[in-house]
Design a protein around this ligand. Structure first.
Ligand SMILES: [Ca+2]
Ligand SMILES: [Ca+2]
Ligand SMILES: [Ca+2]
Length: 365
């Protein structure tokens, strides 16, 4: 079945539902695409909207058990300003999302392929199976929670909120112009470079937050007896801390390519994962049983290994690679010698251990 929802540009909310078996092809263009269910079968879903909420391409509860247990391969492509709650379930799904705000993406069991181009992103879960993931973003937004914990609210005027990610997102949605993408604009957006994304309001928010916590950074550096250069590096690593990672690759031997302008946190989880860090500061959460992961870091990027639980570690150099023994597992960081910084920290520990930092520029050269 082929269904095309093409409501008028001012029709507002659009709800699509095509439950049941069969391979559905659904295209939606709307201001708000809310509660889209395609049911069982290998579905192809395309959405262009300002706001996308609640997309589910698995079998619905009213379908027979056989349909619910099937591993259907879905293809989902979304371009929007804000995307929240996308579930593709079992099967080898291919999901591509391009949006300013991306949260709560679950690709379910089996080896999925996920590509996210975003301003702020959190709540990515690719779950079991050997997944292939590409993330290109300004930043992971879990860190806004971290700053709240440290007492620096990103929104002091509404300080009662315990979830400042929501507050920040609400601000974007509230203040942003309500508009619908034209096909030409979407094509333009698709080819926009990272610099354009860096100009979003989230990048501005990150700068504001940094300025607000600058005095605390200076005080912590004094307390830890760091040099000014070390204090800057330590703060950069600490900024990437999060209780709950932005990106969870789940079990399996996953492959992730990630690049951010600011910081993002990633949990590779069980299995031997390959993670390529193309830019920014990436916190890698690691706990006992998380396997032997292979990391490559681009020159100028930073890695903050965030150990969870009470785990001993040791570090040694192998050429330009830094090899960390982490309990019964390990992490090999290729290219570490040319990274801006490599550090190890524990959640709740205020000061990261700096294992490597780039030498300061020789100003006389
Ligand atoms: Ca899946
Ligand atoms: Ca996985
Ligand atoms: Ca792993």
């Amino acid at each position: 079945m082929v269904t095309t929802y093409w409501p008028s540009r001012h029709s507002g909310r659009s709800t699509a539902s095509t439950p049941g078996g069969g391979d559905d092809a659904v295209a939606i263009r709307a201001s708000v695409a809310n509660s889209v269910y395609t049911g069982s079968g290998s579905d192809a879903l395309t959405i262009e909207a300002d706001v996308v909420e609640s997309v589910y391409t698995g079998a619905t509860s009213s379908e027979p058990a056989a349909a619910k247990n099937a591993s259907d391969d879905d293809a989902v492509a979304i371009r929007a300003r804000s995307v929240d709650s996308v579930y593709t379930g079992a099967g080898r799904d291919a999901v591509a999302i391009e949006a300013d705000l991306v949260s709560s993406i679950y690709t379910g069991a089996d080896g999925d392929s996920l590509s996210v181009t975003a301003g702020a992103v959190h709540g990515i879960h690719t779950e079991g199976g050997d997944d292939t993931v590409v993330i290109d973003a300004v930043m992971g937004s879990s860190r806004i929670h971290v700053w709240d914990q440290q007492g620096y609210s990103s929104n002091p005027s509404t300080n009662n909120s315990t979830d400042d990610t929501d507050a920040a997102e609400a601000r974007i949605v509230k203040n942003g112009p309500v508009r619908t993408w034209s096909p030409g604009e979407i094509a333009e957006k698709k080819t926009a470079d990272a610099a354009a994304i860096a100009g979003t309001e989230f990048a501005t928010l990150a700068v504001e937050l940094k300025a607000r916590i600058a005095p605390q950074i200076a005080e912590q550096a004094r307390a830890a007896e760091r040099t000014p250069e070390e204090a800057i590096v330590a703060q950069r690593l600490r900024e990437a801390q999060a209780i709950y990672a932005d990106v969870h690759l789940g079990a399996g031997n996953d492959a992730l390519s990630v690049r951010v302008d600011e910081v993002i946190s990633v949990k590779g989880g069980r299995g031997d994962d390959s993670i390529a860090i193309g830019g920014g500061t990436v916190a890698l959460h690691y706990e006992a049983g998380d396997g032997n992961d292979r990391i490559s870091v681009a020159a100028g990027a930073s890695v903050a290994v965030q150990l969870q639980g009470d785990m001993a570690y040791s570090a040694s150099w192998d050429g330009d690679a830094l090899v960390l023994q982490l309990g019964n597992g390990s992490m090999r960081i290729d290219g570490a010698a040319k990274a801006a910084a490599i550090g190890v920290m524990k959640w709740g520990g205020r000061e990261p251990a700096i294992l490597h930092m780039a030498p300061p520029l020789d100003r006389t050269a």
